[in-house]
Write a protein that binds this ligand. Structure first.
Ligand SMILES: CC1=C(CCC(=O)O)c2cc3nc(cc4[nH]c(cc5[nH]c(cc1n2)c(C)c5CCC(=O)O)c(CCC(=O)O)c4C)C(CCC(=O)O)=C3C
Ligand SMILES: [Fe+2]
Length: 345
């Protein structure tokens, strides 16, 4: 049985290098037309070379696809699953061309990104539109499921993984351990332009409002009394351009000065433990914590948690039914970013 009205599911992700010789061409793809200093690029290249040029993100996409396929099969959802990346093979454009050759007409897609802002949402919609245009009139219709930041399928794995991380601290350090909810920094102008135009999200736009609510929800559901806060990581761009702060490393140093002895970082701005998590948290932030004599544990991101995988199917059903987006916060989430939504500034 096909799954009305769709005839395929498409995972759209970022892509990452899988060998040393992929690193520079990958970084060129990511930064084309972007204002990123050379030194930053050289530095980011080193993060990848440390892992023999292999980003974990493609393996994580393959694992997620395998989990989605078996979840679909178990629930009787008969949709072939395709995969296309914005910056590395399999490239989105080639996947859309393949779907056209396979006779696929209407596709439901998921971006590996939970929040609303230009880089996490609009850029995916724009790249899907460009890929369809390149294929021409035979290209399938492609609808994206909504940003899922406040769906229980995203929140519940985060709660569980935060609890697991707390359990990994020495027992006498657990009570009172600080939680640092970490998300990707973006330029403040991009943050302010995030979300639906005209909606009063407050300073930092939809992105900061969503991150603030999700940190509150996860720490509330944890049901333990840990001080928590929102921090940012992986800043890029020229120093003259303001990006969201505070940086995770700066906060770790402050907390140490204030007498904190144990910290759990929760990479809740990400769907999987890709390079920005394993390098920027597991290496850099861990080293900062070590220098300051603090215990440091990093929670897992949702990855292939069964609740997260089930969420994908639930959101496909939600989109198929044209139902109101269901979430655990009062923040609006649109299926299709309206015109002007999540614009760059
Ligand atoms: C919000 C956000 C997410 C999270 C949500 C989402 O997924 O959307 C994300 C994810 C990712 N970012 C990634 C890698 C990179 N991001 C870069 C640069 C940038 N990211 C930005 C934002 C985000 N990025 C921004 C505003 C820039 C500046 C340039 C621009 O204005 O667009 C650069 C260039 C070098 C540098 O500047 O760091 C690289 C290499 C990888 C792959 C990791 C791997 O290989 O495992 C992933 C999943
Ligand atoms: Fe990025």
């Amino acid at each position: 049985m096909p799954y009305e009205p769709y005839d395929a599911f498409l995972l759209v992700s970022f892509g990452g290098p899988e060998a040393n010789e992929d690193v520079i061409p990958f970084l060129e793809n990511v930064t084309r037309g972007r204002n990123i200093p050379r030194e930053r690029l050289a530095e980011v290249g080193q993060h990848y070379y440390l892992y023999d040029g292999v980003s974990p993100i493609n393996r994580q996409c393959r694992d997620l696809i395998a989990a989605i396929r078996s979840d679909f099969a178990g629930a009787g959802v008969d949709l072939p699953v395709y995969w296309g990346n914005r910056f590395w093979t399999p490239m989105l454009g080639e996947t859309v061309a393949q779907m056209a050759r396979d006779g696929i007409r209407r596709v439901v897609a998921m971006a590996t990104s939970a929040y609303s802002n230009y880089s996490s949402h609009r850029a995916y919609l724009d790249d899907i539109a460009a890929a369809r245009e390149a294929v021409g009139p035979d290209a399938p219709e492609i609808e994206l499921i909504r940003p899922f930041f406040d769906h229980p399928g995203f929140i519940e794995p985060l709660v569980e993984h935060t609890r697991d991380a707390l359990d990994r601290l020495p027992e006498d350090r657990r009570a009172g351990a600080h939680l640092l909810f970490s998300a990707h920094s973006i330029p403040t102008a991009m943050a302010e332009a995030s979300g639906a135009p005209g909606h009063a999200y407050g300073p930092g736009g939809a992105y900061v409002a969503q991150l603030t609510e999700v940190a509150r929800l996860v720490s509330e559901r944890l049901g333990e009394d840990h001080p928590y806060e929102l921090v940012y990581q992986s800043r890029s761009g020229p120093p003259s351009q303001p990006w969201l702060e505070p940086d995770v490393n700066d906060r770790l140093a402050d907390l140490a000065r204030q007498g904190a002895t144990a910290v759990v970082t929760v990479p809740y701005g990400f769907v999987s433990d890709h390079m920005e998590v394993v390098y920027d948290l597991d290496n850099e932030a861990r080293e900062t914590a070590r220098e300051h004599g603090m215990h440091f544990v990093r929670a897992l991101s949702p990855g292939t948690h069964p609740r997260f995988v089930a969420m994908v199917r639930e959101l496909v059903a939600e989109r198929a039914a044209g139902a109101e987006p269901f979430g655990l916060t009062a923040l609006p989430a649109c299926h299709d970013c309206p015109e002007g939504c999540c614009s760059q500034r």
